[in-house]
Design a binder for this molecule. Structure first.
Ligand SMILES: Nc1ncnc2c1ncn2[C@@H]1O[C@H](COP(=O)(O)OP(=O)(O)O)[C@@H](O)[C@H]1O
Ligand SMILES: [Mg+2]
Length: 241
């Protein structure tokens, strides 16, 4: 029996319409890809090719302009993430799909260990248990212990990125979206992240990732999907519509 992908993206397109300037900004164009459990699909291509816009479409930060984003949920049902209702999307974000973006978001004065524990708490884990798992993940990420109890507000780029990754990995999602998770990390910490990604694969997590460094793609990707830069037109809105 051939294994079925848990995510099947077909003909995904995204363009941004700037109504005030009567302009259309092309982003992702006709993207097809598959993501399998226990496997990592890497998205590559030049800056501006629409890589981040693919992840944002899957997480439904953006609504696609065209295409299907077929996801097989843990309950076995197939859902087009482009069409699912908000309630279902929120449930999937809580229970199944995690997104490590390029920027860390957190509440003011929230301790780092609580920022990391948040996905577990949202799934109903008791706070102390969630915090203990969060601390384990921060330790695995080589975060100095003195930082665990304070807010990430004053952290360096690399420290914030580690907090962001720890939060994405702690709840072991079914589908993990990673947007340049190692861009501000040193080599040693990047190696730690590679080790954690390998471990998640063994545990059956499906991953779709964008990496800054091509050598990381070689090390961790099971499949590579290349996006071409969009064709820039300067057409005014009425010609395109
Ligand atoms: N919210 C947005 N509004 C307008 N244009 C956007 C928005 N998000 C992305 N874009 C544009 O879409 C194109 C692709 O962006 P992005 O998906 O971030 O590419 P990549 O991650 O491959 O560098 C870029 O030209 C970018 O400026
Ligand atoms: Mg990007």
């Amino acid at each position: 029996m051939t294994e079925q992908a848990i995510l099947r993206v077909e003909g995904y397109c995204k363009q941004f319409v700037l109504h005030e300037q009567l302009k259309v900004i092309p982003s992702s164009h006709n993207v097809d890809l598959e993501v399998f459990s226990g496997s990592l699909t890497a998205l590559v291509g030049p800056t501006g090719a629409g890589k981040s816009s693919v992840l944002k479409g899957i997480y439904r930060t953006y609504l696609p302009s065209a295409g299907c984003l077929n996801y097989t949920a843990a309950d076995g049902r197939d859902i087009d993430l482009a069409k699912a209702d908000e309630h279902r999307i929120l449930q999937l974000r809580r229970d199944e799909i995690a997104f490590v973006t390029q920027f860390l978001r957190f509440l003011p004065r929230q301790a780092t260990e609580d920022v990391v524990a948040q996905p577990l708490v949202q799934r109903g884990r008791p706070l102390e248990e969630a915090r203990a798992l969060a601390r384990d993940m921060l330790a695995a990420m080589n975060m100095p212990r003195r930082l665990w109890g304070i807010s990430p507000a004053t952290f360096s780029g690399g420290e914030r990125q580690r907090v962001n990754l720890a939060r994405g990995l702690v709840a072991k999602p079914r589908l993990l979206l990673l947007d340049e998770p190692t861009a501000s990390l040193d080599l040693k910490t990047s190696d730690l992240v590679v080790g954690l990604i390998e471990k998640l694969k063994q545990e059956g997590v499906a991953m779709l990732a964008i990496f800054h460094q091509p050598e990381l793609v070689k090390r961790v990707a099971d499949r590579v999907v290349e996006l071409k830069p969009p064709i820039m037109t300067d057409s005014p809105l009425e010609e395109i519509a």
